[in-house]
Design a protein around this ligand. Structure first.
Ligand SMILES: *Cc1c(COP(=O)(O)O)cnc(C)c1O
Length: 839
């Protein structure tokens, strides 16, 4: 592959390398780089934060000026030097996995790398962006796969009546930091996907994220029929048919692109189920590559290299397609790989049936060796969501792990934060393991922490004033109003923030439960509070839009002038301002619907504190010495009485704990309680809730073992995969005839000797495991141990006694034997979920 970028023939010698800084989206986030682009064109930087666009807009005269500006030159040279060092340093991955030569393909429907490439809607996309950046920092051999949307997600304006208005500005690829992917002779690659009656052409672009490339597919090719050209128009727009087409483009098109580029990916990581069709295309291409005659054998090979990260805490969140819609697009595929339509459909169903919709998450889970949730709690919640695929399995043994999300700290820290941690920990702290940082962070003095917070808060207030000035002018406000914008908010007042998507489960209006009480809190003359709110409602979500109106009406109350703001168009740039300056971040979703949540982590990085429902990441992070908790750590569904209770709890905490902690000062002006919490929060949480730790966990827990497993299954022309397939077929055929005989136990002095008779019939004893199981109960943990095969049963084919002696205080009745399939090389129970209980 040849990467051919736009060239700037007129770029003078003194500015050589500027195009490298402008085209690298990882480098845009470096604090020094932000300074550089602001210096080149402060206006354009304010308006776009798009270095590539700034570079393209540079006149010859301006370039000449910059070439001769010593201040600019020193900033510029310093950035070039730092970037050079970034690429030269030996990475964590190289040091720890010198023999790992495979690539990792990371598929996601959205990527939030920065506002200059607006192809994300919220947390899922930003996580994907932060993941790629950290993968680059740590040196993981990752390539990203996504779609280039011409319009992306909508932009929000609030009109003078407080209503959300939606806009879909067009993303001109020529002005974005994306580049056409061309082959050696300069020809633009194209990927072809067969659709009913036509071929869909997808054009790949690439995005540079430090060491990592992100490939984006684009259907807006004149060669396509008009409706297909719009497949990559909007993110989460259109109907279900549009959605399946997008997912075909991403999953099928994405895997085809990797094959075409010759990028050998051992690991295929699906960020949410949207991309699960990649599983099908991967198995198909494996069939051809290894000359296998069965699609299923190919799936036995490739499954070992697939990882599925689920993000949804409710079943309704999964994408589903009717069998008719699904088969409209996959009948040809079935013929190509010589399988029946019913068999393919069943991969996305719980029960084989003609009616049940095809569920993308089921395909993703069934087609992957491993599945994980995005926080510990969400891992458990997901075990419940997927329990239907593992009938009669105890929920706690459903094979779903968890890797808690984290944020790419250099993207979200303010310049002041960067400088502070740089001075305490040394440079480049986020390119190495983070475990040692806690102790170093802790050494910061009260004064240092408070000075830092002051600067961060002040920057937020200045940024808000600018935004509000602009908004007021747009709304045609009187100039006298406008001058008030210059003294909006007070830099010494406790500043609270609430910003997120306006989805019902996030309860964006919980704070408005008792509007008079909130108004009293905000306007207390001795301990005033100022509040910033932001968020978008999905264009079709009428309830979400009504909640925005409720806020805008509240904000416009006379007595709340200068105490509360609703800021329009919540996006990464606004989020950056907010998370850097906010003192207290409120998050009150209905547990357990916030799978992880990441905005609170961004706040932690910059020294803000959290008050949050014990849900997602906060259920892991919370401790009384570093923040505040809402709820009781239990689920209450959408009970209005419980919502009311939690609203009361929130007001009480604000009035009795949070606000006093901020305003109680000693003689030097130090709020001791507050500053202690900052120190605990920053030092204990930042290292762990960083994408750095998250990416290392993915590498250690999943990528390495899966890479090993798939190599094994591929070797010797797929010998092991065939063996596994045979084993599984025999299990399926004979499972029904398996049964138990007598089950006995003898109790003596804290020990119980269990023995059970088992008739395996035509199943070989080493194809199964006989286990003794006891559920968790009271103070007793779950118990599950293999029973030993002992003497054969007289006159029986594969009949045996299995025995186990247990030292326990539990009653013998707690224990029960069970049989499940076993193979040392299989991922169980994903690859064979049968289970037979004695009772
Ligand atoms: C971080 C972020 C999110 C996700 O945060 P949540 O805590 O999940 O709400 C959403 N939108 C933007 C713009 C963000 O920066």
């Amino acid at each position: 592959m040849i990467s051919q970028r736009y060239l700037f023939p007129e770029i003078p010698e003194e500015l050589k390398g500027l195009e490298d800084l402008a085209s690298d989206m990882l480098w845009h986030t470096v604090s020094g780089s932000r300074r550089l682009w602001r210096k080149i064109d402060p206006k354009l930087w304010e308006a776009t934060s798009n270095p590539w666009f700034i570079l393209e807009s540079l006149s010859k005269e301006k370039m000449k000026d910059l070439s001769q500006d010593p201040e600019f030159q020193s900033l510029f040279k310093c950035q070039l030097e730092e970037r050079k060092k970034y690429f030269e340093h030996k990475t964590w991955f190289e040091e720890n996995f010198p023999h790992f030569k495979a690539n990792i393909a990371y598929f996601s429907m959205e990527f939030g790398l920065g506002e200059e490439l607006p192809i994300y809607s919220g947390g899922l996309g930003i996580l994907a962006g932060d993941y790629l950046k950290s993968a680059s920092d740590l040196g993981l051999p990752v390539v990203g796969i996504g779609l280039l949307y011409q319009q992306g997600y909508f932009r929000q304006l609030i009109d003078s009546k407080g209503e959300q208005i939606e806009f879909y500005p067009y993303n001109d690829p020529a002005l974005l930091p994306v580049f056409p992917l061309r082959n050696e002779s300069g020809e633009w690659f194209s990927i072809e996907v067969q659709l009913p009656g036509r071929v869909l052409t997808l054009r790949p672009w690439y995005v540079i994220v430090g060491r990592v490339f992100l490939y984006l597919l684009d259907s807006n090719d004149p060669a396509n029929i008009p409706s297909d050209r719009t497949i990559t128009s909007t993110l989460y727009g259109g109907d279900n048919e549009m959605r399946i087409l997008q997912e075909i483009a991403l999953g099928i098109g994405g895997w085809k692109l990797l094959s075409k580029l010759g990028i050998k990916c051992s690991i295929c990581h699906l960020n949410e189920g949207h991309a699960a069709f990649a599983i099908l295309e991967r198995a198909k291409s494996c069939m051809q590559e290894m000359s296998l005659d069965s699609f299923w054998t190919a799936l036995w090979v490739t499954r070992a290299g697939n990882l599925f990260t689920t993000h949804t805490p409710v079943e309704a969140g999964f994408d589903r397609f009717s069998p008719t819609l699904f088969l409209k697009y996959f009948t040809d595929f079935c013929q190509d790989v010589k399988i029946s339509a019913d068999d393919l459909l069943a991969l996305g169903q719980q029960y084989r049936s003609k009616e049940e919709p095809f569920n993308m998450a089921y395909l993703a889970l069934r087609g992957s060796a491993a599945t994980n949730g995005v926080s510990k709690l969400h891992g458990t919640v997901s075990q419940n969501i997927f329990r239907g695929l593992f009938p009669r399995w105890p929920v706690g043994q459903i094979p779903i792990g968890s890797v808690t999300n984290g944020v790419h700290v250099p993207t979200w820290h303010s310049q002041e934060t960067d400088e502070l941690w740089g001075s305490i920990c040394g440079k480049d702290l986020w390119r190495q393991p983070t475990e040692k940082l806690e102790e170093k962070f802790r050494s910061a003095s009260d004064c240092t922490l408070l000075e830092w917070r002051k600067k961060n808060r002040l920057n937020l207030i200045l940024a808000l004033r600018k935004r509000i000035r602009c908004h007021c002018a747009m709304m045609g406000r009187h100039p006298s109003d406008m001058s008030e914008c210059n003294c909006l908010f007070d830099p010494n007042v406790l500043t609270i923030g609430f910003a997120r998507r306006f989805a019902s489960y996030k309860r964006p209006t919980l704070l408005l439960h008792d509007k008079e009480r909130l108004a009293r809190i905000l306007t207390d003359p001795h301990r005033p509070v100022q509040l910033v709110v932001a968020g978008k409602a999905h264009p079709q979500d009428q309830i979400g839009k009504a909640m925005i109106r409720e806020w805008t009406a509240f904000v416009s109350r006379k007595e709340l002038h200068n105490r509360v703001l609703f800021v329009e168009d919540y996006d990464m740039r606004l989020a950056l301002d907010l998370v850097q300056g906010i003192d207290l971040w409120i998050n009150n979703p209905r547990r357990p619907w916030e799978a992880s949540g990441t905005s609170g982590m961004k706040v932690v990085v910059n020294g803000g504190l959290n008050i949050s429902e014990l849900d997602g990441w906060w259920a892991e992070a919370y401790s009384a010495d570093l923040g505040w908790a809402l709820g009781d750590g239990k689920e209450h569904d959408a009970d209005p009485a419980w919502d009311a209770y939690e609203a009361e709890q929130l007001y009480n905490l604000l009035e009795n704990e949070v606000i006093p902690a901020f305003y109680e000062r000693d003689e030097r002006g130090i709020p001791q309680k507050w500053v202690n919490k900052i120190r605990e929060s920053v030092s204990r949480l930042t290292p762990y809730f960083s994408a750095n730790r998250m990416v290392r966990e993915y590498a250690n827990i999943y990528y390495t073992p899966l890479c090993y497993a798939i190599e094994k299954r591929k070797s010797k022309a797929g010998y092991l995969a065939r063996e596994l397939e045979n084993w599984k077929n025999k299990i399926t055929t004979h499972w029904g005839s398996l049964h138990f005989g007598n089950f006995n136990y003898i109790q003596s002095e804290g020990q119980i000797q269990f023995s059970v008779q088992v008739y395996l019939d035509e199943i070989q004893p080493d194809w199964v495991a006989v286990e003794l199981y006891a559920d968790e109960s009271g103070q007793h943990p779950q118990f599950c141990n293999i029973m030993e095969r002992a003497e054969p049963l007289v006159g029986a084919l594969n009949g045996f006694v299995y025995k186990l002696t247990v030292t326990t205080q539990r009653p013998a009745e707690d224990f029960t034997p069970r049989i499940r399939p076993y193979h040392p090389e299989a991922f169980l129970p994903v690859e064979s979920a049968e289970i037979l209980w004695f009772r």
